[in-house]
Design a protein around this ligand. Sequence first.
Ligand code: MN
Length: 495
Amino acid sequence: MSEIVRTYEELEQLVQKTYKAPDLATLRRAYLVAKNAHEGEKRLTGHDFISHPVAVAYKLAEMGLHLNVIAAALMHDVAEDSDVQIETIRTQFGDDIASLVESVTKLKHSIRYRGAERYAENMRRMFLAMASDVRVVFMKFADRLHNLETLYGQPKHKQQRIAHESLEIFAPIAGRLGMSEIKGELEDASFAYLFPKEYERMKNIMDIKVREKGAYVSRIIDQVEKLLSHTGVEDFQVHGRVKRLYSLYKKLNRYQGDLSKIYDLIAIRILVSDVEECYTVLGLMHQQWRPVPGRIKDYIAQPKPNGYQSLHTTVFTENGEIVEFQIRTEEMHELAEYGIAAHWRYKEGSHKPVKHTHWMDELAQIQKELQNKKDFMEQLEIMKIDVFKDRIFVFTPQGDVIDLPEGATPIDFAYAIHSEVGNKCTAVRVNEVMRNLDTSLTSGDIVDILTDKNRRGPNPDWLKFVKTRHARNKIKDATARSVSGWLAGVLGRKK
Ligand code: MN
């Protein structure tokens, strides 16, 4: 493995090419501060240390992030590795750049994988930092991705620690935020170091499958496109998606290594404009090909707890080959791939066609849109607040992060964990103190749900204060079930 080494000149060229009237003087000053601070320092890959912050800045510039973020990225390691103080940066570069450098530096000290007991605290700190300024997340992810690219230079035990951290802390955070794209990148890069043999094995499996099935899948895609073009469905996109290696590995383990049970090695995604069309397309697919029993999943009517929506079905095609289809709207697709970041786009209004690029490229796009529309101060407020404005992050006593809409209650939390936890919920401790079930939770709360297994079901009064659709649906379901059960009991006795 190796990486592309970027020079500052390349960074400057990129910035000049893609930014409108960039403040190159500030950028160069930031570079010189970093270059000075890291003078004589080497990375274990043998490259000058400065190549690292330049690479991180380059990634962020590719995303089109504001120049303050790029400048801060150039200096993101100076406060730790040299005598340069945050206060000096503040005097020379102003509050905004200094506070970005400061946040990233603070995170660096707090996020370390030290076994399960520290996991909760790590997650908590990371999330709270993110919630205060989402730009820090981008810097942190860009930093981590470059460190993974250059991991080959590290001694073995460090490779293990960094890969472990990425897999155990960073990837789940990306996952909790619904950023499946970045989660996948982090997982696969770590997987290669943590389980090299298994990684190779998965890679071989996928290589073979793609070779075997590639032509066949493109034929099916053609067929689907033809089929759809003869119907009222107008805007649609059909494309194949190949399963990521780590995700395949986990699934194979769940199926005792039986590859024949995994139907989504290569799946076909169909994107349409609205929910109605999703169901229309599902019907069309089932008319054309016989569905495999028990494999139709309606995550539109019943979204997964993290909000994922889609219709899934698996069908037998001509030669008895089995193919999985994932049918969703473009909006659902954006949320599935880019998570919380996708919310920006909608708030900005204009609904543009979705480009199927990586998550970070998408962010770049969003960023550029912001840049065109707002002056910098307004933009900053959007970046700092808007994305997380209507979300809170709360924790289980084990340290799992649950994200919920603002104003969510312990009941919403309980149903987000599992419907049975919701149905059997009797009381709650928030930060070790007993609270009412309709208490509004706030970011950082540790929520401990007390359940009673003999409880018959949810209290219909909960419907008056729950905030999530998920909880509301589950309460209604359970209430309906218990009423019909009661009715059956009553009618049964009458006979
Ligand atoms: Mn770094």
